[in-house]
Ligand binder design. Sequence first.
Ligand SMILES: Nc1ncnc2c1ncn2[C@@H]1O[C@H](COP(=O)(O)OP(=O)(O)OP(=O)(O)O)[C@@H](O)[C@H]1O
Length: 269
Amino acid sequence: MTHDHSSSGIGASATAKLSVTHVSKGFSSVNGQVVKAIGDANLSIAEGEFAAFIGPSGCGKSTLLYMIAGFERPTSGTVAMNGHSIDRPRPDRGIVFQEYVLFPWLTVEGNIRFGLDVQNRRDAVSDERVRHLISVVGLTGFENAYPHTLSGGMQQRVAIARALAYDPEVLLMDEPFGALDAQTKRRLINDFIRVWEESRKTVVFVTHSVEEALLLADKVYLFSARPSTIKQVFEVNLPRPRDITAPQFIELEKALLESLDEEVSKMMA
Ligand SMILES: Nc1ncnc2c1ncn2[C@@H]1O[C@H](COP(=O)(O)OP(=O)(O)OP(=O)(O)O)[C@@H](O)[C@H]1O
């Protein structure tokens, strides 16, 4: 099922975990011109929802994610969590980037434990939490390994466990599997679905891949060409793990691709 979200008035909702209301964002370029990345974005993400952002390159997906993270502020409009405007990064939002940003001088366990150590949480409960996370992301046996000895897929597993370690309310992911080869990506998607199903945290996941979005998300938010709005929301009411050959999956994939292609053409015009 899809909804047209190009009109306004759908941002605020009493039950929203995250709400984006009439948000615009412009950047000044080196020659002094303003690039309007986001025109008027409105969306509302429910508690426990797995949301994917997709859209043409440069439409402002990462920019909106960074506003939710608190790294960027909107030019106008509001981005709120639990009804409160977001004004800075906080540990209630964990983030996983595309690049493997691990601390090279810390082991796998040290990296995962990092956020807990910063909060001085070293007790039996946090020890058990770290041990459990190492196991669910499939890194048991690699606790004492250093990042440079790990493959890209393994490093992203560490980054996911690290973001989950301090139990954030929301997990923000910026193309976390984008740099991985197709096979590693597929395995990580399947494993990540299991990890997510255990906690059912609210996730916002930026991706370029229609297939990845439809394999993972409850709702796929399609951004229009710049200055962007949320053009359409695709609801994916299919049980996980999803079958990419199922007729409903293929039907959704086709509709999403067609709508995305229209926006990509506008960006290239
Ligand atoms: N800090 C910045 N300074 C100037 N311009 C910026 C800045 N951050 C983003 N932009 C511009 O804003 C627009 C949106 O960028 P953003 O990275 O959010 O897009 P995106 O949809 O995530 O792109 P992609 O899919 O290619 O990663 C782009 O034109 C980009 O060049």
